[in-house]
Design a protein around this ligand. Structure first.
Ligand SMILES: [Mg+2]
Length: 235
């Protein structure tokens, strides 16, 4: 019986690519008096390149931006602070996010987030999406001092929810951190397909949209169909 549903944040609940794109374009506009020697499209595309899909923290990104674009009247620290305080206003959810979360709550599932990242920043992003009240537990790697794919962080999340790992489902976009991590912790794992990775072999099911989650959970509950056939056409 599934009692809890746990989520990754970036690329799973938060459409990070769109959010970053919108934030950086707006940052350029906001600080244009200091940046107007740079074409906006160059500023945006270089940021996205240096960010490496979030794997490079923005202190490094802005140090390079300031040097490469010869920004004189704005420090990298000022740009970083702008990122830390303003990004939350540009957080874009994947479609149906609130409907899915509220539906799962109504069905009685306990909900949680397990995210690799910085505590204050990820907390602000969750608030930016306006979804914090749906979750009974939110674990962020910096605060927990452990990170996915370590099994301990999945176990800790289940324990805080008062459920077992076996009665929990984890949904994420990263094949190793989310899917392998959850499976090693004995949770069921749903891979939210991402164009950045070919596949997540260990996943019990695959989704493209959050709105597919309720029916996948039903399948898990009824246990009448192998998860790999979740997208097989009806015969
Ligand atoms: Mg992710």
């Amino acid at each position: 019986m599934i009692q809890a549903v746990l989520f990754d944040l970036d690329g799973t609940l938060l459409d990070r690519d769109t959010s970053i794109q919108q934030f950086v374009a707006a940052q350029y506009e906001r600080l244009i008096t200091h940046l107007n020697h740079i074409p906006q499209s160059d500023y945006v595309s270089r940021f996205i390149e240096l960010d490496c899909r979030g794997h490079v923290w923005k202190d490094k990104v802005y140090q390079k931006i300031v040097t490469e674009f010869e920004i004189r009247r704005l420090s990298w620290q000022a740009l970083l602070q702008d990122y830390e305080t303003q990004f939350q206003d540009y957080c874009v959810p994947f479609p149906s996010l609130v409907e899915v979360l509220s539906g799962l709550k109504q069905q009685g599932y306990s909900l949680g987030i397990v995210s690799n990242g910085l505590g204050t920043f990820q907390t602000r992003a969750i608030k930016g999406l306006g979804i914090q009240d749906y979750f009974e537990v939110i674990l962020i790697s910096e605060i927990e001092q452990m990170r996915k794919p370590q099994a301990e962080i999945f176990h800790r999340a289940a324990k805080r929810l008062g459920v077992t790992a076996k009665n929990s489902v984890f949904i994420g976009d990263h094949p190793e951190a989310d899917i392998m991590g959850a499976k090693n912790a004995e949770m069921k794992a749903i891979w939210k397909r991402s164009s950045y990775w070919q596949e997540a072999k260990e996943a019990d099911a695959i989704i493209d949209e959050l709105s597919e989650i309720p029916s996948i959970l039903e399948q898990f509950e009824s246990n009448c169909q192998p998860a790999n056939d979740a997208h097989a056409p009806d015969r």
